[in-house]
Design a binder for this molecule. Sequence first.
Ligand code: KIV
Ligand code: ZN
Length: 511
Amino acid sequence: MNRLIIFDTTLRDGEQSPGASMTRDEKVRIAHALERLRVDVIEAGFPAASPGDFTAVQSVAKAVQNVTVCALARALPDDIEKAAQAIRPAASGRIHTFIATSPLHMRYKLRMSPEQVLQQTRKAVHQARQMTDDIEFSAEDAGRSETDFLCRIIEAAIDAGARTINIPDTVGYNIPSQFGKTLRTLMERVPNADKAIFSVHCHNDLGLAVANSLDAVIAGARQVECTINGLGERAGNAALEEIVMAVRTRQDVFACDTKLDTTQIVNCSRLVSNITGFPVQPNKAIVGANAFAHESGIHQDGVLKNRETYEIMRAQDVGWSQNRIVLGKHSGRNAFRTHMASLGNHFSSEETLNEAFTRFKALADKKHEISDDDLQALVTEITPAYNHIQLIDLQVTSGTGKIPQAEITIRIDQQEKSTTATGDGPVDACYRALESLIHSGSDLKLYSVNNITQGTDSQGEVTVRLEKTGYLVNGQGSDTDILIASVKAYINGCNKLLNLAEKAHPERCHV
Ligand code: KIV
Ligand code: ZN
């Protein structure tokens, strides 16, 4: 009862953020980072949603050892079968099956009566239980469901073999005191409640996902479902780093704690941001660049005299000092490979290792001290599935009184193409030139630049969001030259679009 289970759903609910889709290799990289963070459960995907989701869950199940790998399934025989198959290679696997229980969802979405939903729950949990012992059941939209019906369905799910009962606030409608009360009521009224662990899964539509989750923990929930950086559908899910640090920091309030190695938090946050292209806002709790920065003189003076005057946590406890300067231009291939492995980046072939090492050397020539963040950014660019289009050469001229002009050479599927274009600014000129070569036909929805590390020799990390026929992708590029980073980001986005089209991704079945 004094252990709080952390169920991370960055790879499933997090991936449902528009534009945050991840490749199989990216999911595996994040899964390794989550394993180092020591989360208890990784929800790796929704295998019935697409063949790509299926193989991603399977790959994560093979890749990690010390964490339970979970697959999501609707309460339908085919979904459950696919989830069971996908988690088969896992050292420890879980099936998470769900069905909606609110009057609104049952009537309009499922077109089923409450009795039918109850029956389907029993069948689904029973079927899943034939495949593995570790079954989680979620009552989707529990936050707007009737308490009496919730009690009946939870009792049935536990009776059929569910070990974890998850209460999602699917649309982020609840407020803290109310949500905690719901948990307390359910745990008191369901006759077999003592045979399951109660879990919560809160969305952030009203900005209350973390507060609601914590209120439920005070009421007795012992699993929280959350995501790194609060990534997730719409306004996102409860942010893992906030839940974990609130519980750890306020042990006077919480009767439980997690087993996480919190010094891995910042690394995980940066990796997820780097892969998905969702920047972390500077004032974000725990992982924002300003989270431990003191600007006002009074605060700085106080912290110098006694850190606790204005800091309730130590920056190094969440991993702020971990981003060391690790490698330089004299580092060899072996040191590079070993250090990359310690960050969870294992190269699938000598060819990808060579490519990464060549890029590392090029970067080390421009920037003498290379940090972990630089290395993670470097790997993100070398995802083999994306390599249809590559940048070969870029020359840009711009300045006061000049019309910006970009001259660009790229390789598209082994064929080199060059062109020149002008634009309103140098980035505009680059993108016009690229578009006249690639003809992606996509709309540029977002362009943003961030620095990866501090100082003027820092790499700039550019994120672009491209939209084409309903698909949204985030492209990323990094370089000490932000124009090159901008071009790489655009090319990365176009490669992702091509990759999606190639897979002829069947319609994703969003929850
Ligand atoms: O938000 C939700 O209800 C979900 C369930 C599938 C747990 O993501
Ligand atoms: Zn959700």
